[in-house]
Design a protein around this ligand. Sequence first.
Ligand code: NAD
Length: 346
Amino acid sequence: MRSFVYNGLPARVVFGAGAVRQLAAEVERLGAKRVLMISTPGRAAMVAKLGLQVAGTFDRAVMHTPIAAVQEARQMANAVRADCCVAVGGGSTIGFGKAIALTSGLPVLAVPTTYSGSEMTTIWGISEGGAKKTGRDPKVLPKTVIYDPELTLDLPVAVSAASAMNAIAHCVEALYAPDGNPIVSLMAEEGIRALSAALPAIVANPKDLSSRGEALYGAWLAGSTISTTTVGLHHKLCHVLGGLGLPHAETHAIVLPHAVRYNYDAAGDAMSRLERALRVRPAFQAIYDLETRLELPLRLAEIGMKEADLERAARIATEAPYPNPRKVEYGPVLALLRAAFEGVRP
Ligand code: NAD
């Protein structure tokens, strides 16, 4: 057993079908009395039905946490003298809770309704002037997380599948992270198992509560893995492609099998664990075939990537690489991106 450092992040998790009915009690447990409720416009009706007494509602959360919208949300938190933020929604919504907490220190209670895993991390991101600034700060980690699979029954199949592949990507990179450890690897392997088992059942029947619960459990584990480990080439590529305007979760899904192929021979132990969780070998084909079954887009070309940007993306990704099991080199990375652009089975 090699030496390691394990950092457990403090969070209270309340999990289960109907768990959101404990929202008011959980707010009280935090000692909060003046809640700022946060949602996207699309989730506003669902959030209103929760019936929580609030001091104010910010229902204009959008993707990529743009600074102008963040400032509006922060002003509202001030104006209503909020002492807590409750964020109900996906990674975009939770991102607003974190952005408020970053400057105010207000506690965040997250009720995730996708599989992004953001609720378990200290990572924040705010976009300004066409670039996304990110950082880690313990202040933004939600104090309490309520996972209720009933809230995810309406999550569209395509969003579910892409968001869950994003979660699997967190687990995959945690398996070979240089600062990984046996506990994180346990969570990563179990997260991949839960998510990959639940996904086909969700696509077949989006209202299958048991599979929805399994996927949410996997998402929790995935968020927990990425919260304390560094990410590698896969996430670097997705960050670069995100900067070109490509959608977050779909980009992760498309790049993942190719990134796994890239690292396959350089991360034997991680790949064995990945294959044990997926129950199929080789891992890169297992992931690609799963995505085919889920009817996810398989080509970067399909989600807005321009062929002319491939070389630029490969250059940016290799100029300041994240730590990665296999050396990050321009030629092979360009080949990886081209394969993802064309959607060829790795
Ligand atoms: P999202 O939050 O943008 O949600 C995707 C879509 O699903 C939205 O249109 C939303 O309204 C809809 N939706 C959400 N829940 C629903 C439900 N229950 N029923 C029906 N529709 C629903 O997408 P996401 O993939 O959850 O999050 C992506 C964002 O999160 C990105 O900006 C990414 O950078 C960030 N993220 C951050 C971290 C972190 O640790 N900070 C981790 C992962 C992702």
